[in-house]
Ligand binder design. Structure first.
Ligand SMILES: NC(=O)c1ccc[n+]([C@@H]2O[C@H](COP(=O)([O-])OP(=O)(O)OC[C@H]3O[C@@H](n4cnc5c(N)ncnc54)[C@H](OP(=O)(O)O)[C@@H]3O)[C@@H](O)[C@H]2O)c1
Length: 341
């Protein structure tokens, strides 16, 4: 038996070109381990790629950036004691030497490199870390890409400290839901926005101070009243679009806005005068370094943080997982499972 099942994208357009194929099980090259994947999560990136809305798409490819499983083989030069270890995969490949920004050879696992929506993967040994015991495989798979992006956004770039107030926009998103847990663990006061009152309620039940529905008129005013007199020290956003201008209104003088996505597109207007007069820092961020990844796992392990798993769906039903992501119905991560957990 040297074949495995894998979710392979053959052509960009829609889910009809995403197939569950039978392909050879990969062999680990020198310096690599082979991981028998037990669970793999979806990210918005996967559906952008399916729709052709991503730069430099190379096909065919096995999608998926997030995974957790058990090492079952090692390549030449890798310590054989890795075999049998439960691991999580760091999807941030070839960051390079400068911790401030990734280098030219930087890649995200799951295009162009074959990703985790498969039964096995081979990957460089420095891209895996032991899975903390308190996490199930599904929970561990829900963390890497979103946890790394969120950790760097909140702490490395956003410099969030205990007692500060942070606004997380679009709390239904995979990264935002993990940031909620990390920011609370760090002792921050968290407020949120969402298109759904139900999701705001869930966030409050998880420890958020409050929130506002960005689809309703007056949401900016509502958040200002809610957070007064301290206001908002840090905003982490991945929606962009025209409401980015509202964030500039909302942030405290001297505050920071960190952003890593543009789900709603580019803002059509930005008030530069307001930005410089308020002495606001606008900081872009993407994924993170190996050190960010280790620090993120340490934060999770120290506080025994559990990610919010929206649903677990068997690999063979991958299409319903992708459809759920496309429709934005989730609260937390959608996870594919390869075996009984
Ligand atoms: N640069 C990076 O390294 C990096 C890494 C990860 C993700 N990203 C990007 O970040 C974005 C989010 O990723 P994700 O995986 O968390 O996606 P996701 O799970 O699909 O979350 C998307 C969420 O965005 C929120 N949203 C949509 N339109 C909004 C708007 N106009 N205002 C405020 N919130 C809005 C919605 O929240 P509600 O349901 O609460 O309304 C939605 O659930 C995507 O654009 C993704 O490509 C970038």
């Amino acid at each position: 038996m040297n074949k495995m099942r894998a979710v392979v994208l053959h052509q960009t357009k829609d889910l009809d070109y995403l197939k569950l194929d039978t392909v050879p099980i990969p062999e680990p090259a020198p310096g690599e381990v082979r991981v028998r994947i037990k669970a793999a999560a979806l990210n918005h990136r996967d559906v952008w790629i399916v729709q052709g809305l991503y730069a430099n798409i190379q096909l065919p490819v096995i999608l998926g950036s997030d995974g957790a499983g058990v090492v079952d083989q090692v390549g030449k030069g890798v310590d054989p004691s890795w075999i049998g270890k439960a691991v999580m995969i760091n999807p941030s490949l070839n960051w390079g030497r400068n911790p401030r920004a990734q280098g030219r050879d930087y890649r995200i696992l799951g295009m162009p490199d074959n990703g985790t929506h498969a039964e096995w993967i081979t990957i460089a040994v420095n891209q895996v870390v032991p899975k903390p015991d308190y996490l199930s495989f599904a929970e561990a798979a829900a963390i890497p890409l979103a946890g790394l992006t969120g950790y760097r956004a909140l702490f490395t770039q956003g410099r969030l400290t205990a007692g500060e107030t942070v606004l997380l926009t679009g709390i239904g998103g995979g990264v935002a839901a993990l940031m909620l847990k990390m920011a609370l663990a760090a002792g921050a006061r968290v407020v949120v926005t969402s298109s759904s009152d139900e999701k705001i309620k869930k966030a409050v039940n998880s420890g958020a101070f409050g929130g506002a529905n960005y689809r309703e008129d007056g949401w900016v005013n509502h958040l200002q009243k809610l957070t007064a007199p301290q206001g908002i020290d840090l905003i982490v956003d991945s929606a962009g679009g025209d409401s980015f201008a509202d964030l500039i209104q909302l942030i405290n003088p001297g505050g920071r806005i960190v952003f890593f996505g543009a789900t709603a597109g580019n803002p059509s207007r930005l008030d530069l005068r307001r930005i410089f007069w308020k002495q606001i820092t606008l900081q872009g961020t993407t994924m993170g370094t190996e050190q960010d990844f280790y620090e993120m796992i340490r934060l999770f392990d120290t506080h025994k943080i559990k990610p919010i798993v929206d649903t677990t769906i068997p690999l063979e039903n991958y299409r319903s997982a992708y459809e759920r992501m496309l429709k934005g119905e989730q609260f937390g991560k959608i996870v594919l499972t390869m075996e009984d957990q």
